[in-house]
Design a protein. Structure first.
Length: 439
């Protein structure tokens, strides 16, 4: 009986470093295709650029610090497992909830963008119906199997990277420096703080690589290779995409389709339309390939979210059924289905910008707790096998921790109602945990 229960809670190891690179870049690459441009409305070119530079520094230092934890403790729960080992069950629960909120709320925002991009190609399809359809399809794919899901992720991620390179090759010849200077700081320096969630969106969920460590062959080696190559790829793509998009006509061109219109979820097609027109073949090509980028992140974060929720159930911090794997496919099917239901409910609110910000609250909370866990484990378990140690310790995790705390404070100040919603979710979950969890 015990052996049967253990089998119901074991994930299958099939992933190598190339697959991990595909997952790491794939989780994030939708952030290049949409979402980040909404930060231009808040901070302008200069405000978002300054926010993005600080966030890049945070992610570089955080990623290599987090890799130390992932290599030392290769478990599906990621930040949850690190926090519970270092800080105990209460902080472990809060770190795990922050991770769940990030991974569960990011996909609905991406689903909106999938609907927006596809609607550009087929106007007869509604954005919401497309988004819900994609939720069902990719939840089913993730239930089918990790190897098929990761292979699919690798293919569409490579296509999405090629799409960004095509976009850059199309727009860079039209780049003019003065376009970066147009209305560069429309709301003063406070706009840079308000733009922080959208700078984070460039890289949000890269840490999801850690959540498949338990399904990785030789995780102590391959997680480092996958994590490191993914973050370096993303930094280069971020800098190229930001500069190429804004440089064709100023930030307003890639935020507003026309004067007085609402902010768009499709900045790259807007940039190409400004230079070549909507009838040009490259407009259609980039719009079509943009779907691959969005699908890569949508599908990849659904995968990571399933593992995070699964681990919560497996250790009894959520209903135990969420910690079971499918008897045939050996995937966390129950967790995946629950996350889909919550995601569709979020979709029905119609608030993509607000959903992005709530996901960012979860991410920053996760980063803060993870960096504290790193310091505690270094002191508490000095003999823990660490196949990789973060360079420049303790400076690297200190930088990540300080920037994450400043960013968390900034988005709380500029989004008080969303902060209230985020903390309410944490509080309700924590009360349930204290009432229902038994030692």
């Amino acid at each position: 009986m015990a052996e049967t229960e253990q089998n119901q809670q074991q994930l299958k190891r099939t992933l190598g470093p190339l697959m991990l690179w595909g997952l790491g870049v794939g989780y994030v690459i939708s952030g290049m295709y949409f979402g980040w441009n909404l930060g231009l409305e808040k901070g302008g070119t200069l405000g978002l650029a300054v926010a993005t530079v600080f966030i890049i520094i945070m992610y570089l230092t955080f990623t290599f610090s987090y890799t130390e934890l992932a290599c030392a403790i290769p478990k599906a729960g990621g930040a949850f497992d690190y926090a519970i080992r270092a800080l105990g069950k209460n902080w472990g629960f809060l770190g795990g909830m922050a991770q769940n909120i990030e991974f569960i709320f990011a996909p609905p925002a991406i689903a909106f963008a999938i609907g927006a991009y596809l609607h550009l190609l087929i106007p007869s399809l509604s954005v919401l119906s497309i988004a819900i359809f994609f939720y069902f399809v990719f939840t089913a794919l993730n239930i089918y199997g990790i190897e098929a899901a990761a292979s699919f992720e690798l293919v569409i991620t490579v296509i999405a990277v090629i799409g960004l390179l095509i976009f850059a090759g199309t727009t860079i010849p039209e780049f003019e420096w003065q376009n970066l200077e147009k209305n560069a700081l429309p709301n003063g320096w406070k706009g840079a703080f308000a733009a922080i969630p959208f700078a984070i969106w460039f890289f949000l969920a890269i840490e999801g690589v850690a959540n498949v460590a338990e399904e990785t062959i030789n995780p102590q080696r391959n997680v480092l290779i996958g994590f490191g190559s993914a973050i370096l790829t993303l930094v280069v793509l971020c800098l190229i995409t930001f500069s190429a998009a804004v440089g064709v006509g100023g930030w307003e061109v890639i935020v507003f389709p026309e004067v007085g219109a609402e902010a768009s979820d499709s900045p790259l097609p807007l940039a190409i339309a400004h230079t070549l027109g909507q009838n040009h073949i490259l407009y259609k090509v980039v719009t079509f390939i943009g779907l691959f980028g969005l699908v890569a992140s949508f599908h990849g974060i659904i995968l990571a979210a399933g593992r995070a929720t699964f681990e919560f159930g497996r250790v009894g911090f959520a209903p135990k059924k969420l910690g079971n794997v499918h008897s045939r496919f050996k995937t966390p099917a129950n967790a995946l289905v629950l996350n889909m239901v919550i995601g569709i409910i979020a979709l029905l609110t119609g608030k993509s910008g607000e959903i992005i910000t709530i996901a960012c609250f979860g991410a920053l909370n996760l980063y803060i707790i993870s960096m504290v866990a790193l310091f505690v484990l270094r002191k508490k378990e000095p003999d823990l096998e660490r196949p990789f140690k973060v360079p420049l310790y303790p400076l690297s995790p200190v930088i990540a921790l300080v920037i994450a705390c400043i960013a968390f404070l900034a988005i709380t100040i500029y989004n008080p109602w969303l902060a209230l919603i985020y903390f309410a979710i944490l509080l309700i979950a924590y009360i349930w945990f204290k009432l229902m969890h038994r030692e």
